[in-house]
Design a protein around this ligand. Structure first.
Ligand SMILES: NC(=O)c1ccc[n+]([C@@H]2O[C@H](COP(=O)([O-])OP(=O)(O)OC[C@H]3O[C@@H](n4cnc5c(N)ncnc54)[C@H](OP(=O)(O)O)[C@@H]3O)[C@@H](O)[C@H]2O)c1
Length: 399
């Protein structure tokens, strides 16, 4: 996803919504995420409740989840009272996580190279020489080093960063990429530090926005190396500090594989492929751009997908006509049969490292940002998305 698109949206959001402190989150009785977990899981069983975390039944499998209330503000501040948390990178994730930690009262500094993103950090209250530094200087100062640089740059800077990760420090990631694909990245952390991960299930922009709304994002977390003996508790506390509502335990390896598949698949890649294919077939059969767009994208995002988010797919189906239900029940299987081999190829391509190799190769080039933006423009300039611009402008709320 283009960091620049997010950066622009983020700038707009930060101007329109003043940061709100931890107290705002805590004051809310229950987030929407909490409610949805309750609806889908808690109804059946809360098998046990130990020290505030819960074992819940997820469709027949029991899993432990941790939540914000497990780490009240006093506990968060106590946990990191002797720490300097260095957030490296002020891209979408770095920005969202750093601002949330700052609003929660934790001692945070930023490591960011000079340029447009650095200027944004200054505009948002980070002060050069006080809590805004070059990347390696922040690494040196931090006792918790949150590596939120791009995955390609994490590889490039590792030889200079590794010697600064002295015994007792914590190295934190939001993706298992660099550590799991060490054969490609050479990121092999020293043995005497904690190495942990909290991966929000959404963009950094959403991490910030949900926090400002008093809600919280779902995140997974993992401990790769526990030198301190306290890594798990500290990781859960970090997860809460960055704005997570619920935290699900995983491993670095599981996180990286599921994340790479998800973004290439249903979350981003597959959705554009499906939209484009249906739109083209409608257009080839004489439908106007507005009709093809409304029937492919607008109805999905404005009417039907929010229903899936609320109460699941059967609920969405049940709220459509019986004609629509009959057709959808007949046709989901051919789509499933056609796409399952593509998902299997995708998983294999992730597992065998070819996805990460391509990503590192392309995103390490000096002009990678321009190249990504040119490819994104091909999508936004296509007839379907240009038609969408007009359709969106005609929504009553945009009149
Ligand atoms: N985006 C998501 O949805 C998401 C979700 C969960 C986890 N993550 C993970 O979070 C981490 C950060 O991702 P992100 O979304 O914030 O954006 P990103 O675009 O992957 O990273 C942006 C940061 O990296 C810096 N950077 C990139 N190339 C650089 C270079 N050559 N020299 C110095 N700095 C460089 C950028 O600085 P400039 O702006 O100056 O280029 C910016 O601070 C990644 O590990 C990612 O996988 C992302």
């Amino acid at each position: 996803m283009s960091a620049r698109i997010f950066a622009t949206a983020a700038r707009t959001a930060v101007r329109s919504a003043a940061p709100r402190a931890f107290a705002v989150q805590a004051a809310r009785p229950m987030s929407l995420l909490a409610k949805s977990v309750q609806t889908t899981a808690v109804k059946s069983t809360i098998a046990q409740q130990v020290r505030g975390y819960k074992t819940l039944d997820f469709g027949g499998t029991k899993e432990v989840v941790y939540e914000r209330s497990d780490v009240p503000r006093e506990k968060l501040l106590e946990t990191f009272k002797d720490d300097t948390i260095a957030v490296l990178g002020y891209g979408p994730q770095g920005r969202g996580q750093a601002l949330n930690l700052r609003d929660n009262g934790v001692n945070v500094i930023i490591g960011q190279r000079e340029g447009k993103t650095y200027q944004q950090a200054v505009e948002e209250g980070w002060v050069p020489g006080k809590n805004l530094f070059p990347v390696l200087e922040a690494t040196e100062k931090g006792s918790v080093v949150m590596n939120l640089l791009s995955d390609a740059y994490q590889k490039a800077i590792w030889p200079e960063m590794a010697p600064l990760l002295t015994p007792g420090k914590t190295l934190y990631f939001s993706h298992g990429f660099s550590v799991v694909y060490k054969d490609q990245t050479n990121v092999i952390p020293p043995k005497d530090i904690d190495v942990v991960l909290v991966a929000p299930k959404g963009s950094g922009f959403t991490v910030r926005r949900l926090f400002q709304e008093g809600r919280g994002i779902n995140s997974s977390f993992a401990v790769f190396q526990d030198a301190s003996g306290k890594a798990k508790d500290r990781t859960i506390a970090l997860g809460v500090g960055i704005g997570s509502g619920y935290l699900y335990e995983t491993t670095f390896s599981k996180e990286v594989h599921s994340d790479l598949v998800g973004e290439r698949g249903v979350l981003m890649g597959a959705i554009q492929g499906l939209f484009q294919a249906q739109y083209e077939v409608l257009r080839a059969n004489g439908h106007s751009p507005s009709e093809a767009f409304n029937e492919t994208v607008e109805e999905a995002t404005q009417s039907l997908y929010p229903l899936i988010g609320e109460k699941g797919l059967a609920y969405m189906f049940a709220n459509c006509s019986t004609t629509a239900q009959r057709g959808a029940l007949d046709w989901w299987k051919p789509f499933y049969t056609a796409s399952k081999p593509v998902f299997e190829d995708l998983y294999e391509s992730t597992r065998n490292g070819s996805e990460t190799a391509r990503s590192l190769d392309r995103n390490s080039k000096a002009d990678y940002r321009e190249k990504l933006e040119a490819e994104l423009r091909e999508i936004s300039d296509s007839e379907m998305w240009r038609a969408g611009e007009t359709v969106r402008s005609l929504r009553p709320e945009n009149q």
